[in-house]
Design a protein around this ligand. Structure first.
Ligand code: PLP
Length: 397
């Protein structure tokens, strides 16, 4: 048989999925592994999905998605961030942010174009850039700087082949947010080098310590930015697979062209449910956000008291504590913690070299689970006692 596509062949499977699959096959595991709300979708949204099915909304929609939904998104972005997007030409409904990201990269990149991404970053960014023919260029960010993306360091990574900068704040996996001032500097660098910005703002509503800054709302950013967002996190709708992309008409038209040949449209039923979420779900969003914030404060205190050095994450629903003092790699630590104490976390190196020395813990789970996880992590750290674990018996099958 002839070989499969080289880029795909050379891409390792996602480190997150591996831990998730192993944790699922074991008894009594507390999973802090997967970045997914533990809430079910609010009832009014589920009910609207049921209503849509009962009333026969089972056809395709227009390629761009239901106009009513695009109008509602335009209104919402205007009220939250004073953004101005024309629902007719500047908003596309996608199958989650995941499809929006893929479309943006394919619409913007030519073979060999470089895309700057912070390191560590969400696991899909590097493979998606490569699948689109691009070359990812990682710019390190460090816990000592609260994972701030340093604009000068970023500028030094720009070459004549750089086409775009891909950002995500609040960030997965670190929970970091950026000051408005820092984002302004990043936009200034992008403008000076005529680069596109792709801003994945999927955690925008989960910004706890400072108001969220939407990148296209910054001076000089709108014309060069593709804004990606969706319903998965804020509305607890991961399984519905609904997102949206906003940007200048030529970019959205190009993305729509790919979408119309490859996807046709996002699920009609899910679009109807998303319409209900955006029009009537604000109270639910605020209640969930308040709850995540409670868990965040409890969990970070708990991790520190259990012997891990954990900075306060200011957004998303992840803590990214350091495990450096244990002398173990993040993979060794995560494997041993899972095998010995049945707590699933993701090794930081799954997100890039700068993630090494950390583990990602999602606190989108009940306070009871968090309390038990902290007890187990404390016991595990006490057993480690600052010494290297015997690797035998601790490694995963
Ligand atoms: C940063 C980031 N972007 C995108 C996604 C995928 O979002 P969606 O469910 O809308 O495809 C995730 C999911 O974890 C994420 O963390």
């Amino acid at each position: 048989m002839k070989p499969l596509n080289e880029v795909v062949q050379n891409t390792p499977p996602s480190g997150i999925r591996r831990f998730f699959d192993i944790a699922q096959s074991m008894e009594g595991v507390i999973s802090l592994g997967v970045g997914e709300p533990d809430y079910v979708t609010p009832w009014r949204v589920r009910e609207s999905g049921i209503w849509s099915l009962e009333h026969g909304y089972t056809t395709y929609t227009s390629n761009a998605g239901l106009l009513e939904l695009r109008q509602a998104i335009s209104k919402k972005l205007n009220s939250l961030y004073q953004l101005d997007y024309d629902p007719d030409k500047q908003i596309l409904i996608t199958v989650g942010v995941s499809e929006g990201l893929d479309l943006a990269l394919r619409a913007l990149l030519n073979q060999g174009d470089e895309v700057i991404v912070p390191d560590p970053c969400y696991v899909s960014y590097v493979p998606c850039i490569q699948f689109a023919g691009g070359v990812p260029v990682r710019v390190p960010s460090y816990s000592e700087e609260e994972f701030r993306l340093d604009p000068e360091r970023m500028e030094r990574a720009i070459t004549s082949k750089t086409k775009a900068i891909l950002l995500c704040y609040p960030a997965n996996p670190t929970g970091a947010t950026q000051t408005r001032e820092n984002l302004r500097k990043i936009v200034t660098v992008a403008a000076a080098h005529d680069l596109y910005l792709i801003s994945d703002e999927i955690y925008d509503r989960l910004s706890f310590t400072r108001p969220h800054t939407s990148i296209p709302a910054l001076t000089g950013a709108w014309d060069r930015t593709v804004l990606l967002n969706g319903f998965s996190k804020a509305y607890a709708m991961t399984g519905w697979r609904i997102g949206y992309a906003c940007g200048p008409s030529p970019i959205i038209e190009a993305m729509t062209k790919i979408h119309q040949y490859t996807m046709l449209c996002a699920s009609h039923l899910a679009q109807r449910a998303a319409l209900e979420a955006i029009n009537g779900g604000e109270e639910d969003v605020q209640a969930m956000v308040a709850d995540y914030d409670r868990r965040r404060r409890y969990f970070v205190r708990g991790l520190n008291s259990a012997g891990l050095d954990c900075q306060e994450p200011s957004g998303a629903f992840y803590a990214f504590p350091s495990i450096r003092h244990t002398g173990l790699s993040s993979l060794e630590y995560a494997e041993a913690l899972l095998m010995k104490e049945r707590v699933a976390v993701v090794p930081g190196n799954a997100f890039g070299d700068c993630g090494e020395g950390h583990i990602r813990c999602s606190y989108a789970t009940s306070l009871d689970n968090l309390e038990e996880a902290i007890d187990r992590i404390r016991r595990f750290n006490d057993q480690l006692g600052g010494h290297r674990l015997e690797k035998t018996g601790a490694a995963l099958p």
